[in-house]
Design a protein around this ligand. Structure first.
Ligand SMILES: Nc1ncnc2c1ncn2[C@@H]1O[C@H](COP(=O)(O)OP(=O)(O)OP(=O)(O)O)[C@@H](O)[C@H]1O
Length: 526
C-alpha cells in the first residue's frame, strides 16, 4: 500500500470512485471561481494582513457553516429549493454543494460496490451547481476587471462607451491644464523658472518632454490621531528626453512619494503629470509599457533566480524569443551577475548588493523611455557602485532618468540637472556646476595649529578676506569660509607660507564648495 500523502489522497474513495473527468471539470471551474472572487475582493483591501485574516475567516467560516447549516438544509426535503439555489450563489456554498454531491456518490458506490458519479448519471444537484459556478466565474471576472479599471486605473465608470481619450491625448497637454497662476509660497527664481517652463509646455501643447509635472501635490490623510501630511507641495518639473535628473533631499522630503505618484503606486491629491505625453491619471496602463522602476526597497521573489526575474519583466516589456534571451544576458552582464552562475542562483541566496543590482537591471530591461531609480546604489560596495554608474550612464543615452540619492558624489557623476527637495517642495534646480556657483560663492580654508596660535590664524585669514567667516573650531583646527569675490588663491598660499614661518602649521587645506556644502546650506535655510 503506497504510504505517501498524495497516494493516500488518491486512494480516497472520493477521488478513486468518481469519474476523473467530472472531478477535473468541477475543480477547474471551482478554482477559477475562487480566483475571480479573490480578484474582486482585492479591490476592497489595501492591507495584506487584513486581506489574509478575512480570507482565513472566509475559508474556515464557509466550511463550518457548510457542515453545520447548509448540509442540514440540503438533506431536509421540505426546505425550499429556491433558497438552496440562492445560498449556492455564495461561491463557498457552491463548492460545498459540489463536494457534498461527489462524496455522496462515492459513499453509495463504495457501499454497493459499483462506480461513483459518471457523466450519464450527472445528477440535478451537480448540474445546477456547476452551471451556477460557471456563470458566476465569468460574471465575477468581468466585474473584477471593471472595478479594477475604475478604481486603480481611474477610468470613467462608463469608460467602455466613451472613446479612448489616450490616443488623442499624446502631446496635447492643454486638455489638462491646471496652470497655477498663483503660487502661494515665494519660490526661488530657478524653481519659478522651471514652473514657467512647464506652463509654457502645457500652453503650447507641443512639448516633447519625457516627464512633465504640473503643480503635483500629495497629501496623506491623517490616521490614528496624526495630522494629515503634505508630502509633495506643488512640484513642477519638465524633464527632456535623455536627461538624468537627480532628486536630492533629506529623509522625509517627499522624494519617494513623488516617484510613487509617477509610477501609479499612489494617486496625486492634485495637479497633473505626463510621461511621454501620457497622463498618469488616465493612461497608466500605457505608461507602464514605457517606464522602468527601481524601487527603494527591492521587490523580488526569493524562489526565482535573477535570470527568471529578468525574463519575467522582459516579457512584460513585450520582448520575445532570441531578443529576450539576449536582453537578459546583457542585463546580467551589465550588473555583474552573469559570471559564476550568479544569474541562475535563487534570489534568496543573493547578498543585499546583488539584489540591488538586479533591481536596477530589471528597471532597465526593454530599454524604457523613462526610468525611475529610488536610491539605486544603497548598500553597494564602491566597486559595484562604480559599475552601476556605468550602467546608468549607458541607459541615459536611451531615455530619461529620474534618480533619488543621498550620495552627492553619485549625483554629480550621473546627473545633468539636480533639484534639492526639502519638506515637499523644490528649493533649487540646476546643473551641479550652476548650483555650486549659486549657493557656494566661497572657498573653505581649514588650518590646524596648536591651540595658542588660533588667534593668529584668525587674524591672518581676516587679512586675506575681510568678510571671512569662521564656521568650525575645535582644539586648534579651524575652518573659514572665504567669499570668492574678495579672495585670491595666490594670496592664500602666500599667507600660509608666512604663517608657517611664524608658528608651526600642522595641516592646512583650501577647498572649493562641494555639492555637499550646497545641500547642507539649502536644507538648513529652507
Ligand atoms: N503612507 C503614508 N502615510 C502618511 N504619511 C506618509 C506616508 N508615506 C510617507 N509619508 C510621509 O510623507 C513624508 C515624505 O515621505 P517620503 O517617503 O516620500 O520621503 P523621502 O524623501 O523619500 O524620504 P527618504 O529619503 O527617507 O526615503 C514623510 O514625512 C513621511 O513620513
Amino acid at each position: 500500500m503506497p504510504q505517501t500523502l498524495s497516494n493516500l489522497l488518491i486512494w480516497l474513495n472520493f477521488f478513486r470512485l468518481n469519474d476523473y473527468s467530472i472531478q477535473l471539470v468541477f475543480f477547474l471551474i471551482s478554482i477559477n471561481l475562487q480566483i475571480s472572487v479573490a480578484f474582486l475582493a482585492s479591490a476592497m483591501f489595501s492591507d495584506v494582513k487584513t486581506a489574509t485574516v478575512v480570507a482565513y475567516i472566509y475559508v474556515f467560516g464557509t466550511g463550518l457553516l457548510g457542515i453545520f447549516l447548509f448540509q442540514f438544509f440540503l438533506e431536509d426535503p421540505h426546505f425550499p429549493r429556491g433558497w438552496i439555489i440562492a445560498m449556492e450563489l455564495y461561491p463557498g456554498f457552491s463548492l460545498y454543494r459540489g463536494l457534498y454531491e461527489l462524496s455522496q456518490s462515492a459513499f453509495a458506490a463504495d457501499y454497493r460496490g459499483v462506480n461513483g458519479m459518471r457523466w450519464r448519471d450527472f445528477g440535478d444537484g451537480m448540474k445546477e451547481v456547476t452551471c451556477i459556478m460557471l456563470i458566476e466565474w465569468l460574471l465575477l471576472l468581468v466585474s473584477a476587471f471593471y472595478i479594477d479599471q475604475i478604481t486603480y486605473s481611474s477610468k470613467h465608470p462608463l469608460f467602455f462607451f466613451l472613446q479612448s481619450p489616450s490616443k488623442n491625448k499624446q502631446h496635447h497637454y492643454s486638455s489638462n491644464k491646471q496652470i497655477s497662476k498663483f503660487v502661494v509660497e515665494m519660490e526661488k527664481p530657478d524653481v519659478c523658472q522651471e514652473r514657467e517652463k512647464v506652463e509654457q509646455y502645457l500652453l503650447e501643447s507641443t512639448g516633447n518632454c519625457a516627464v512633465l509635472c504640473n503643480n503635483l501635490k500629495k497629501v496623506y490623510s491623517g490616521k490614528d490621531g496624526n495630522p494629515q501630511k503634505l508630502a509633495v507641495r506643488g512640484l513642477s518639473l519638465a524633464l527632456p528626453q535623455g536627461e538624468c535628473f537627480g532628486m536630492l533631499g533629506p529623509n522625509g522630503a517627499g522624494k519617494t512619494s513623488f516617484i510613487n505618484m509617477m509610477t501609479g503606486i499612489i494617486k496625486p491629491s492634485s495637479g497633473s503629470a505626463f510621461v511621454q505625453g501620457l497622463d498618469i491619471l488616465t493612461d497608466m496602463d500605457r505608461i507602464y509599457t514605457t517606464i522602468g522602476v527601481c524601487p527603494q526597497h527591492d521587490l523580488l521573489w526569493d524562489k526565482l533566480s535573477g535570470r527568471e526575474h529578468l525574463l519575467f519583466y522582459g516579457r512584460l516589456k513585450n520582448l520575445k524569443g532570441s531578443v529576450l534571451t539576449q536582453a537578459v544576458e546583457e542585463s546580467l552582464r551589465s550588473v555583474n551577475l552573469f559570471h559564476g552562475g550568479n544569474g541562475d542562483k535563487q534570489v534568496r541566496r543573493y547578498s543585499g548588493g546583488m539584489k540591488r543590482r538586479l533591481s536596477v537591471a530589471i528597471s532597465l530591461i526593454g530599454n524604457p523611455k523613462v526610468v525611475y531609480m529610488d536610491e539605486p546604489s544603497t548598500g553597494l560596495d564602491p566597486a559595484s557602485r562604480k559599475s552601476l554608474w556605468d550602467v546608468v550612464k549607458r541607459a541615459k543615452r536611451k531615455g530619461a532618468i529620474i534618480l533619488t540619492t543621498h550620495s552627492m558624489e553619485e549625483a554629480e557623476v550621473l546627473c545633468d540637472r539636480l533639484g534639492i527637495f526639502v519638506n515637499g517642495s523644490l528649493q533649487c534646480i540646476g546643473n551641479p556646476k550652476e548650483l555650486k556657483g549659486r549657493y557656494g560663492g566661497s572657498y573653505v580654508l581649514t588650518m590646524t595649529t596648536s591651540k595658542e596660535h588660533e588667534q593668529e590664524v584668525e587674524e591672518l585669514v581676516h587679512r586675506i578676506s575681510k568678510n571671512a567667516k569662521k564656521i568650525y573650531r575645535t582644539s586648534g583646527t579651524q575652518k573659514f569660509e572665504l567669499p570668492k569675490k574678495e579672495t585670491k588663491i595666490a594670496e592664500v598660499f602666500q599667507a600660509v607660507e608666512k604663517a608657517k614661518k611664524m608658528f608651526p602649521v600642522v595641516a592646512w587645506g583650501l577647498a572649493d564648495t562641494t555639492l555637499e556644502d550646497v545641500f547642507v546650506k539649502v536644507a538648513q535655510t529652507s
